[in-house]
Design a protein around this ligand. Structure first.
Ligand code: PLP
Length: 390
């Protein structure tokens, strides 16, 4: 299919398909072809496409009030902040519009923390293979040279260590007195669906306490039930100092949040940080509606059950497949690593099996279905992937 000339900047290698309608776990293209969506807008539409309760909340709120400014108290923002803090153990929230912005806010907290400690050249520990966004600071935090290439000089102040390796952090800590915080994902998503081992975040929490570092957990992809708990860190029984959220918090409506507790929650004072759109009445009402549905329908628990089902089905069908190196995941964040580059499978899954998937790091098929999937849809995803690999 040849596309007409585009007036958009060439930031994406787009696939030759365009969707005009969605419902639940399905999308329909301009030709009326139906696809099963195992990407969910990259972990965004967890409650499904065209969710009627979210559509109703958007319609009602847009008829009442879209936007004021953060110079005024915004009731929906207060409510969303309180509810997210109650679920996460945090104390205060800052609202923005994306994951990268949420991480920028966290990185600014790390700078303020450094100032308070009188560390003139502070460093944030970040991980190999991590992903934190595309703004100048978050791409510098990201552990992927392809994201950083051509944007040098990078924002300074990041120190990189291997993921899921606590000894590497101990070694670096002994030599680097300027470390002030750690930024880590509980499961690396873009980095290839790597789940941190049991005990890793606990050990990291302990190191943060020993050294006075802020423990900042990027929950942009893992948060809001995706891994089977409200937030990915909750599998480890620890509580970070700062967490960041976006993606599924708005089910497709743009919203991000940086939450903090303890001293970290008191670091910002008026004038330190701001966002024109961040936390507007519409975005926060959508966030509250997402929470209403997720709480009522026990969505995190459902993600845990469906995740087990999907992993079990894939393992049964594919673990002896000669090209499959590993099948792993947590909740509905699942990766199938192959022994070769498999980027071409995205197009084959779409065109031959009407299944939408992504491939990360060249060799790992990543599945991020909506969390509202029925068992039969989870089984259908496993079957289509199995046929794709057969
Ligand atoms: N952090 C993580 C863990 C992510 O997966 C992403 C996006 O994929 C981001 C941050 C950046 O979020 P956004 O694209 O909303 O800026």
């Amino acid at each position: 299919m040849s596309s007409p000339p585009s007036y958009l900047m060439q930031t994406y290698a787009r696939q030759p398909v365009s969707f005009i309608r969605g419902q639940g776990a399905y999308l329909w293209d301009t030709q009326g072809v139906e696809y099963l969506d195992a990407i969910a807008g990259v972990a965004v539409t967890s409650l499904g496409h065209a969710n009627p309760e979210i559509a109703a909340a958007i319609a009602e709120q847009s008829g009442q009030l879209l936007h004021t400014t953060n110079m005024f108290r915004i009731e929906w923002q207060e409510q969303l902040g309180e509810r997210l803090c109650a679920l996460s153990g945090m104390r205060r929230a800052f609202f923005c519009n994306s994951g990268a912005e949420a991480n920028e806010a966290a990185l600014k907290l790390a700078r303020l923390h450094a100032n308070a400690k009188q560390v003139a050249e502070p460093q944030v520990l970040v991980m190999e293979n991590s992903f934190h966004g595309r703004t100048l600071a978050t791409l510098a935090a990201t552990g992927n040279l392809a994201v950083q290439r051509d944007f040098e000089p990078l924002v300074p102040g990041f120190l990189r260590v291997p993921y899921d390796n606590i000894d590497a952090i101990r070694e670096v800590a002994a030599q680097s007195p300027n470390i002030v915080s750690v930024l880590v994902e509980p499961v690396q998503g873009e980095g290839g669906v790597h789940v941190a081992s049991a005990g890793y975040l606990q050990a990291l929490r302990q190191l943060c306490d020993e050294h006075g570092w802020l423990m900042m957990v990027d929950e942009v992809q893992t948060g809001m039930g995706r891994t089977g708990t409200w937030f990915g860190f909750q599998h480890s029984g620890i509580v970070p100092d700062v967490i960041t959220l976006a993606k599924a918090l708005g089910n497709g409506f743009p919203i991000g949040a940086c939450l903090a507790r303890g001293k970290a929650a008191e670091l910002f004072s008026p004038g330190h940080h701001a966002s024109t759109f961040g936390g507007n009445p519409l975005a926060c009402r959508v966030g509250c509606t997402v929470l209403d549905i997720m709480e009522r329908d026990h969505i995190p628990q459902r993600a845990a059950t469906s995740g087990h089902r999907l992993l079990a089905a894939l393992q049964e069908a594919l673990s002896n497949h000669p090209g499959v190196v590993s099948i792993r995941g947590l909740g509905l964040m699942v990766g199938i690593e192959l022994d070769r580059n498999c980027a071409e499978l995205v197009g084959r899954a779409r065109d031959e099996h009407r299944l939408l998937i992504t491939v990360t790091r060249g060799t790992t098929i990543r599945l991020l279905p909506p969390l509202i999937c029925e068992d039969s849809q989870i089984d259908d995803i496993a079957e289509r992937v199995t046929r794709l690999l057969s």
